[in-house]
Structure formats: structure tokens, C-alpha cells
Design a binder for this molecule. Structure first.
Ligand SMILES: [Zn+2]
Length: 152
């Protein structure tokens, strides 16, 4: 039997499935906006501990060395509504790291601590890197890199 670490009734995400097409389009976004960061929402399905990404929605992004990045909140809400109207689910968020850093940086972790939980995808000029984050309490959190599976 597969062992699943379960916290608060939610399974940790162990695998992220994405098509080669979406993967390549995400990578292209990095250079399109570089050196600026672009963020957005991911829609798709969650089946137990696997997330299948079906679409991504870029959102106008404000960025700078101090804030790292933040979405335009009005546009963020619009995209949420579009995903809701399409009767699909938000499964995560993404943002680019044009500098190539694959890890979540200190600002990313700060935001995720506030959110409590999330699947965040970091897109570098070379790589799509999924991260699953879950805050346990004030001091502890889980931060894992789920496997990435590319489909046709
Ligand atoms: Zn970041």
C-alpha cells in the first residue's frame, strides 16, 4: 500500500502532470517578460495526490527586488472568475524566476506561510519546477518538490 502523509484531511501533492505543450509555453513566458517576473493561475484536476494541469492564465504582475512579485489583484480576481465560469478548478499558481533560481525564495516562502498551503510552480528559462508547500504551525512547514510528468 502506498503511504500518503496526510495533514488536515489533505493529501500532499506527489506528482504534477503537464503536457509538453504547456510546459514549453511556460518556458517561453520567461524570456517574453524577462527580466520581469510574470505570474498566473493554473487550472486542472486533482486526483488524490496527483495534480493535472490543463491550462495556465498569466496575470499582469508587479515586481521588484523588495517585493519579488505580486499579481494585479483585479486581474487575479478576473482570472479566478474565468476559471470558475469554465467549471474547472484552480490547482495552483506559477511565477517565473528569470534569474534561473529553481528554489522558492524567502519572499515566496513568506507568502506561502500566510496562505497556509499551495502548489506553486517556478518557471526558469530552462525548467518547470513544482513546489508543494504546507504550513504545519507557526514554526514548521513542509516544502517538497513533487515529481513532474510530461505528457504528449
Ligand atoms: Zn519566486
Amino acid at each position: 500500500m502506498m503511504h500518503n502523509l496526510q495533514i488536515g484531511g489533505n493529501l500532499l501533492i506527489k506528482k504534477v502532470v503537464v503536457s509538453r505543450k504547456i510546459h514549453d509555453e511556460l518556458i517561453k513566458l520567461v524570456s517574453k517578460y524577462s527580466p520581469k517576473i510574470i505570474c498566473g493561475l493554473l487550472s486542472g484536476k486533482k486526483e488524490s495526490d496527483v495534480v493535472i494541469i490543463e491550462r495556465f492564465y498569466p496575470i499582469p504582475t508587479i515586481c521588484g527586488p523588495k517585493i519579488h512579485f505580486k499579481p494585479n489583484w483585479a486581474a487575479y480576481q478576473d482570472v479566478k472568475n474565468v476559471i470558475h465560469d469554465a467549471k474547472t478548478d484552480i490547482v495552483g499558481e506559477f511565477h517565473t524566476h528569470p534569474d534561473g533560481m529553481e528554489e522558492l525564495n524567502i519572499n515566496d516562502r513568506k507568502i506561502l506561510r500566510k496562505l497556509g498551503r499551495g502548489l506553486w510552480i517556478i518557471v526558469t528559462p530552462q525548467k518547470v519546477v513544482p513546489w508543494y508547500f504546507e504550513a504545519i504551525d507557526k514554526f514548521k512547514y513542509i516544502c517538497e518538490k513533487p515529481d513532474l510528468e510530461l505528457t504528449k
